[in-house]
Ligand binder design. Structure first.
Ligand code: AHR
Length: 493
């Protein structure tokens, strides 16, 4: 089939906030222990961080990592993970029914973040705890002053503040699975008061309030309105979370899921603007899509995992090739909504629903979804352009007129344009025509694709390169193979 993308470098969506390529490390399964941290591993550094994982995360150039949860944070005492390791308590983690040794806490994690060159997005516990602990951790992390918590950090060996700018006011507090979940009214009040004290401690921080845990929550919409009405003046972002999957093995429907993400984003942005109008204010609340990914493969195996052990192999989804196409199209949607989405976290980064997998005591490998994430993080920085796309469509039971071609275009401001494109057709190639308006001349100089004949092909430690990107010869015709992820790089003539 034929398709056409028209690009005009003056028609922009937004400067992309690089934090949309963020990720997430939770104290869950083997994300921390056996993932980023494994002192006995042959590549471990002086603090016990796995060197192979560290190098791989650096390669992804992850700009921000959410920590320490997730559901975990709603039962977490942050002080347990500070100070002398031998004195740290072993605790029950009720969220994941595991044992938390507290060998890693904020002291270590901020060091890991420095070593990989990323920022931290820190969540506070609004489940079992509240404003008091939240203000104390901001003081511990961010203040250079002669007071109790700032001095504690110094006593623990960290003279300089960690300087954590972005904070989450709890996690998924609307979810009945959450430890001490709350009604919208109760959460709004708690979040508002917590926000006030946190910003009194450090006025330089930014705050993300919890939105709905996913688009199908019964309180979706009213939750956001209630929270925004109460907290508007004290917060900067509202969160969105959503996971996608293909449990019915309906690939055309699965590949259309980024359209649903698009609708979710536009609905939440609309609610923010409705409350903005009610308040008659200039302040805009932007969006933090701080949990998104494919998550469904591990559901059955997780039911068999023994409870209350250290670092059980939970949520270890092994991703296949079609999952990578979905992740690629979700990234395209985030770029195309970069006027409102300023933060997004691929949940998660290592072992737990993750692009990077390790074997405890062994090697590591890149899952299929690693590649679109890498491409977007490296080449998706700059200004997102509005593209005008014409192509054929198909219908699913949920979404009418799903375009076979989904794409985004990013201008790096230095004469380079990158087009990210997914061909959702399972059997037809797309002959793509790219037209530059205003007589601008750009030349395609590189085309890479992620393609596999088998939609269910996976990478593993034994076969790490089963699914990996390849170069496509550049000619005067652009062909996008059926079910493929493509990165097209253009240079200004
Ligand atoms: O990312 C895994 C879990 O998914 C998080 O802990 C929680 O916030 C969400 O439900």
């Amino acid at each position: 089939m034929k398709a056409k993308i028209t690009i005009n470098t003056e028609k922009t969506i937004s400067q992309i906030d690089e934090r949309i390529y963020g990720s997430f490390i939770e104290h869950l399964g083997r994300a921390v222990y056996g993932g980023i941290y494994e002192p006995s591993h042959e590549t471990a550094d002086d603090m016990g961080f796995r060197g192979d994982v560290l190098e791989c995360v650096k390669k992804l150039n992850v700009p921000i990592v959410r920590y320490p949860g997730g559901n975990f944070v709603s039962g977490y005492n942050w002080e347990d993970g500070t100070g002398k390791k031998e004195l740290r308590p072993k605790k029950l983690d009720l969220a994941w029914q595991s044992i938390e040794t507290n060998e890693v806490g904020i002291d270590e994690f901020q060091e890991w973040a420095k070593r990989v060159g990323t920022e931290i997005m820190m969540a506070v516990n609004l489940g079992t705890r509240g404003p008091d602990e939240a203000r104390n951790i901001v003081e511990y992390c961010n203040l250079d002053i002669d007071t109790y918590y700032a001095n504690k950090r110094k006593e623990n060996g960290f003279e300089k503040p960690f300087g954590i700018k972005l904070w989450c006011l709890g996690n998924e507090m609307d979810g009945p699975w959450q430890i001490c979940c709350l009604s919208a009214e109760d959460y709004a009040k708690k979040a508002c008061e917590t926000a006030k004290v946190m910003k009194l401690v450090d006025p330089g921080i930014e705050l993300v309030a919890c939105g709905s845990s996913h688009i199908y929550m019964p309180t979706f919409g009213t939750w956001e309105e209630t929270v925004l009405r109460k907290c508007y003046e004290h917060i900067d972002y509202i969160s969105l979370h959503n996971y996608y999957g293909n449990p019915d093995n309906d690939t055309p429907k699965y590949l259309s899921q980024s359209e649903s993400m698009d609708r979710f984003i536009k609905t939440v942005a609309g609610i923010c603007d409705k409350v903005k109008a009610e308040k008659n204010t200039d302040k805009t609340i932007n969006l933090s899509f701080d949990e998104w990914n494919v998550w469904f493969h591990s559901a059955e195996q997780d039911k068999k995992i023994e409870k209350y052990t250290v670092a059980p192999p939970l949520l270890e989804d092994i991703y296949n090739f079609e999952d990578a196409l979905v992740v690629g199209s979700l990234l395209i949607t985030l770029i195309n909504n970069s006027d409102r989405v300023k933060i997004a976290c691929l949940a998660q980064l290592v072992n737990v629903i993750a692009p990077i997998m390790t074997r405890t005591g062994g090697g590591m490998w890149a899952q299929t979804i690693f590649y679109p994430y890498l491409d977007a993080s490296i080449y998706g920085r700059g200004t997102a352009l509005k593209t005008d796309t014409s192509c054929e469509t198909y219908n699913t039971a949920e979404i009418p007129e799903v375009p076979y071609l989904t794409n985004a275009c990013v201008n790096d401001g230095d004469g380079n344009l990158t087009v990210f494109a997914v061909n959702r057709s399972l059997d037809e190639e797309i002959q793509l025509d790219i037209d530059f308006e205003k007589g601008e001349k750009y030349t395609l100089y590189e085309h890479t694709q992620l393609f596999h004949n088998d939609l269910k092909a996976e990478n593993s430690e034994e076969k790490p390169d089963e699914v990996k990107p390849e170069n496509v010869a550049v000619t005067d015709r652009i062909t996008l193979l059926p079910h493929s992820w493509n990165v097209l790089k253009f240079k200004k003539d």
